[in-house]
Design a protein around this ligand. Structure first.
Ligand code: NAD
Length: 446
């Protein structure tokens, strides 16, 4: 099939590469000239495991190309994927300007029947708005060309995006057209395994499904963060509690780890957008408001623990003269994405408290520099930042932090202290190391 993908970001690039890998001819189109020039020359703008190899192979075999030429992208393909950003607007609702701009572009240049597939995360009712945007452009051209608008939300996880796309648990397609449903089935057939399901539904339900999924996951995270807060105060161990509740098949183990709060480009904005959607329908989504509030508070927890343990009596800047080393900046491992990362709040808080902050991240240093500039120190060596520091705090659970050299950590830190925002280490083992250890939701040794 011939496919164009508008938006060469995390979702667009992965979708374009995977569709090309399954034999389709794919054009990835973006308004960012620099990004497209780079991609043409094999420079991949994001870090996502396996993506570079996939893009380079399909590019060299002629199935995947990159362009800024909207006319070419619209004319050449039957299927037009919209995978542009939908950032939060000022009131928290999803900003649809990029999605609707693509709709207008398609309306301006389409030369035959097109299937317009919305892969961006968009509020219920957006397909109607896209339809209208396309229709208005066609009317300006006095054209009667036909088109169909489909909702096909994306569920990939950054850091495991290729695998998620290639082996989806489910593919959700919202359409009211049987013929289009068949084409979508054919398109996704190469990715479907025994365990995968394609779920065809009406468009509005498909649009809602994506928000409901992310809102549910965010709810689990905030719920577990509050259970962890209570465990700490009651002398219970959140890890044992997770084992205990996760074994219930109605609950399961996933997404029940305490941490420094959820971040990234999806959960925060999608939770906000769903609250806003509810408000627009005069419906108060009380639960989600609490989920969001808990998350904001959770981002303060690590800094609070550091201030409580290391801080002076100075109310304004209790960490003056203290050096805090941070392991992990991206919002989760295996990505360089820093959008709404908890590290942003944590580090700002530490800086405001007067601390000197040093940071390590395997992939996100360049992104972090855009936020912090020279206000913090960076290193590509996770141990280098520990020299003479007062504490190490673990913010992101990158693999390389799981089994560190504790002797080296102890020798490097001034007064060995780890505040662990991901509960990576066993409290018993930490006792043996002689490092003061403060985890989340369970007893440490400090
Ligand atoms: P992104 O910001 O990484 O990429 C968006 C791209 O769209 C940018 O390169 C931008 O230049 C381009 N763009 C903007 N306007 C354009 C236009 N008119 N024509 C062509 N390109 C244009 O965004 P992303 O993270 O890939 O997210 C895209 C959508 O997918 C969002 O709605 C997001 O919520 C959703 N989503 C994201 C993820 C994720 O993990 N990142 C997962 C599932 C769904």
């Amino acid at each position: 099939m011939k496919i164009s993908v508008f938006g060469a970001g995390y979702v667009g690039l992965v979708a374009a590469a995977c569709f090309a890998e399954s034999g389709n001819t794919v054009i990835a189109v973006d308004i960012d000239q620099k990004k497209i020039e780079g991609l043409k020359n094999g420079i991949i703008p994001i870090y996502e495991p396996g993506l570079k190899e996939l893009i380079l192979r399909n590019q060299s075999e002629g199935r995947l190309s990159f362009t800024t030429d909207m006319v070419e992208a619209v004319e050449q393909s039957l299927i037009q994927f919209i995978a542009v950003g939908t950032p939060p607007g000022e009131d928290g609702s999803a900003d649809l300007q990029y999605v609707l701009a693509v709709g207008r572009t398609i309306g301006q240049h389409m030369n035959g029947f097109k299937i317009i597939v919305d892969k961006s995360t968009v509020p219920v009712g957006t397909a109607d708005k896209v339809r209208l945007a396309v229709q208005e452009e066609l009317e300006k051209r006095s054209s009667h060309l036909e088109f169909d608008v489909v909702s096909n939300p994306e569920f990939l996880k950054e850091g495991a995006a290729i695998d998620d796309f290639m082996k989806p648990d489910r593919v959700v397609v919202g359409t009211d057209n049987v013929r289009t449903a068949e084409i979508m089935k054919e398109l996704y057939d190469p990715f479907m395994r025994k365990q995968s399901r394609m779920i065809i539904m009406d468009i509005r339900s498909a649009e809602m499904t994506k928000y409901a999924a992310n809102a549910m996951l965010a709810t689990r995270i905030s719920f577990m963060n509050q259970i962890a807060g209570l465990c700490e105060r009651m002398g219970a161990d959140v890890a044992a509690v997770r084992e205990g509740i996760g074994s219930d098949s109605r609950i399961g183990y996933d997404f029940l780890f305490p941490g420094p709060g959820y971040g990234g480009s999806c959960f925060p904005k999608d939770v906000k957008a769903l609250i806003r959607t509810a408000e627009e329908s005069n419906y108060d989504f009380l639960l989600l408001k609490a989920v969001e509030e808990v998350n904001e508070l959770q981002k303060e927890v690590l800094a609070n623990k550091l201030i409580k343990t290391l801080g002076s009596a100075d109310e304004e800047q209790p960490l003056t003269g203290k050096i805090v080393a941070c392991w992990g900046l991206s919002f989760k491992p295996r990505t360089d994405d820093m959008r709404e990362a908890p590290s942003l709040t944590i580090i700002e808080r530490l800086l405001a408290a007067g601390a000197t902050v040093r940071a390590h991240d395997p992939e996100a240093l360049a992104e972090a520099k855009k936020h912090f500039g020279d206000r913090i120190e960076y290193s590509t060596n996770q141990y280098e930042i520990l020299d003479n520091a007062d504490a190490l705090t673990v913010i992101t659970d990158w693999h390389e932090y799981r089994n560190p050299d504790f002797d080296r950590i102890k020798a490097a830190l001034k007064q060995p202290l780890i505040v662990d925002g991901r509960n990576l280490y066993k409290p018993n083992r930490m006792k043996e190391t002689g490092i003061r250890y403060i985890p989340l939701g369970r007893a440490g040794n400090g």
